[in-house]
Each structure stands twice: as structure tokens, then as C-alpha cells.
Write a protein that binds this ligand. Sequence first.
Ligand code: IPE
Ligand code: IPE
Ligand code: MG
Length: 250
Amino acid sequence: MGHGRRGHAVAAKDSRLADPLHVAIIMDGNGRWATRRGLPRIFGHRQGAQRAKAVVEACPRLGVSHITLYAFSTENWKRSTDEVVGLFTILSRYIRREADRFHQEGTRVRFVGDRSRLEPKLRALMGWIEERTRDNTRTNLTIAVNYGGRDEMLRAARELAASAVRGEIDADDIDEAMIAGRLDTRDLPDPDLVIRTGGETRISNFLPWQSAYAEYEFSPVLWPDFTPAHLGEILDRFQGRERRFGAIPA
Ligand code: IPE
Ligand code: IPE
Ligand code: MG
């Protein structure tokens, strides 16, 4: 174990693919893409949503069983109200418009992040598509909305503390599995590969716990220009990397 892409121990039991592969993507560069064309930023987000659709559709062909997309961070509330509202409008439309296709293609759709701050209408839509696609196993799409790694760990810590106060658990018994089991990603394998488009080389609070042993790839391509072919090239490079997980290679 520990070589090539068969790195993680959590097998995707429900996947038809022999070799589960979880790719997580920080879809960055939408604003710059639009600004360079003299367009409002929201045009970049619209084009970005189209790209997300193409990349998700290409997953079975590329051998990707799990794909997680960072759509809105806990820090993105700092943007203008117009942009924030625009982003949620695009997300709502994306869910409504792609629901049938996702379902037909065997894609299971889930969300991670804190939903409590989202509009009830959007929350209902998220719950609806999760329920509708829950038995699909071909591609596991997870969309991170109002997601922040620190926020997620904070919520898990509060839950554990509350359990300890109630006497259900002993603080000394808290282990990694108990923390992982209280994160939004509790039902997902850890990412094997985290990709950030748009040229910045930071992770911006995306899956810090889960990516402790992930490989990282930073692409200069702006997300609205990113194609399944770009993903294919990155995956080819990833196959060649040796994942040692702290051990010494044989
Ligand atoms: C990523 O693109 C999309 C979101 C953060 C929602 P940006 O909007 O951050 O694009 P740039 O980084 O400004 O180009
Ligand atoms: C990360 O991109 C968040 C998403 C892609 C949703 P940002 O553009 O918000 O990150 P920073 O501000 O460059 O760190
Ligand atoms: Mg950005």
C-alpha cells in the first residue's frame, strides 16, 4: 500500500470503479477571467459553472470516483452583496438545471459546509438533490458551500465538548476517528489530489484535516478556461508520484 493512486485506506464501497480516486478542486480565477475581458465578475462565475459541469461529466472517463468542488468559502462573505447574491443564484440554477442529468448519469450530489447561514430556499434545494441522487454510485460529487476547514473543525470540537459535558464520552478517549466522524466529510474518503486553478499557491481553508496526505497541484489556468483535458494531464502526472505516507519506500 502507499504507491500510486491506491493510497487511501477508505474504499468507496458504493463505487463501480475498481480504484476509487478523490479529486478536490479549488475553482479559482473566475473574477480575473471576466475582468480581463472587460466583463463584470459574475460572467466569470457563470462560465465557471459551465466548466464545473464539463469536469464532473468527464469524471467516469478519467477514473475519478469522487470529486469535491469548492464553490463558496466561509471567507467569501467578505465580497460585495451583489457578488454573493450572484454566486448563490448561479448555484441554485446549477442545481435545478443539472439535477436530471446528474441523476441519469449516476451522479450522487452532496454538500459540505455550514448551511445554517444560507437562505431556506437554497437549503431546501440542496436537500432535495441530495435525497434525489442518494442511491447513485457512479460519480460522487460534493460541493463545498459556506465551507471553511477551521469552521468545520470548530463545529466538530463543540460537538465533542458537549458530549463530554453530558458524560457520553471521556475527553481522553477522543481520537482521530472521532474527530473525522464529526466533520462534514464524515461519509467521504480523504482527497487523494487537491488542485487549485488560477495560479495562487495557497489552500484558502479547503479541507485541511482531510488533505493531510493529499498531493497538491497548482494550475495557472483560470477556472473558466479549465477543461477535462487539463484535468487529464494533471491526473497523468499524479499517477507517477509515489505516496509514502511517512514510510520509507521499499
Ligand atoms: C473563484 O473565483 C470563485 C469563488 C471564490 C466563488 P474568484 O472569484 O476568486 O476569482 P479571482 O480569484 O478573483 O480571479
Ligand atoms: C477560494 O478562492 C475559495 C473558492 C474557490 C470558493 P478565493 O479566491 O476566495 O481565495 P483567496 O481569497 O484567494 O484566498
Ligand atoms: Mg480568487
